[in-house]
Design a protein around this ligand. Sequence first.
Ligand code: AMP
Ligand code: MG
Length: 491
Amino acid sequence: MADLFRSAQVGCTFAGLPLGFHAQVTPRPLTAPRLLHANPRVAALLGLDPADCASADFLALCSGASRLADDIQPLATVYSGNQFGVWAGQLGDGRAHLLGDVSAASGTWEIQLKGSGRTPYSRMGDGWAVLRSSIREYLASEAMVGLGIPTSQALALVSSDDRVLRETPETAAMVTRVAPSFIRFGHFEHWAQSHHEQKALLEYVVDRFYPECWVGEAGARDIQATAMAVLAEVVRRTARLIAQWQLVGFCHGVMNTDNMSILGLTLDYGPFGFMDRFSAGHVCNHSDTYGRYAWNAQPGVARWNLYRLAESLHVLGCDIPSLESCLQPFESQFLQAYHEGLARKFGLSDWREGDSALANEWWTLLETQQADFTLAFRHLARVREDAGPWLALFRDPAAARVWLARYRDRLTGDPADASARRLAMDAANPLYVLRNHLAQESIAAAQQGDVSVLNRLFNVLRAPYEPHPDGRHFAEPPKADTPEVAVSCSS
Ligand code: AMP
Ligand code: MG
């Protein structure tokens, strides 16, 4: 293994946790791998330059053929979780390998392969990931960064002709993911009956990510108070994260507790979706028959998931009423972040009494008029100069005019001047999101060996608030006759 990370320190901190937390497993390399994309921004975070990313060492690392260093053994980690509201027992990294961590100037980053072969936690799975879902995860990670939403990041996308059987035969791919940590609520749920391991996991998480949550001096820590301080912080971060999802019309699709990050990151992109036409009950995952993870259900589900996390801390001696008191602020924290975000999107300097009614009428208008989520916000910034493009988004422009009159009334009471407001609204309302049909276009081309759509879409999504001269097409909603892309858990 040549030293790709010469300017950084490499290790595997997670390996320091007791044996039951992980299994040492060697990734299964892709056959004749092709680097479809390397992310220069994430590479730079790790101290890598473009020449590094073009090297054989980089391809070997990102296709499962080499280690971070000879003495760093890749791991799969164990976790459990609630899937679709039902306790599923042990899950774990069934097709992901933690290669270790890299400490660079930007911080310490875990590097994880996804689609890198079977592990002791694969259950019935084959350990593969297909090109289709890997492209979606790769693009979505960068889209979220561009939108300013906390997320795991993607360093590289590698494909191969290795055959994978899903509903139809497909080909394999691997995404190299990067995050400060991939620890999930499910890691804590896994140890909900084991005081010793739960304490070790909590200490690990606090030391590395929440040092401000330590209560008591070293040697005399108050572990219950510390656990509750961490829980309160996870509640706060999760509330803010979900508010950010809501504000861009993002639906995660599989908000199982094992897909919830202990750091408040968006994690595990599967059958996610950004809404085109607004529908409050939009369900992006075709496998989600009962709409458990619909757009308007996400805040409630997040709170339910936080309860499961809280329960798992009971084993540390935290009493239930105290744990519940940590969860209580969720709703107000969510609403505060959501209202602040809506105020920015509407170009309001603050959120006032009465604005909730204006917002409710907005959502009703969008839904009844089948308006596009992203463009309805984006074009609102220009209704003063020319309301035409905005009105054209609604089936019945007269209905939109009624709302617009109310909105204009509200703006007259706002101190910001028109041009400052327009700029602020453009910075709060993306022009581009990863619409399903766009992901599909880039997938179809990549399956034919053409990565040009992927490249162009990536460049647009990384800076979604500014118009791209050659990005017109990527701002457009799907044509009425475009067949809807059915996205399921199959990945
Ligand atoms: P998900 O909800 O897609 O994040 O995955 C739920 C669980 O299934 C996790 O333990 C995954 O590691 C595992 N899993 C999903 N797909 C596969 C696969 N193809 N092979 C092995 N394990 C998988
Ligand atoms: Mg998962």
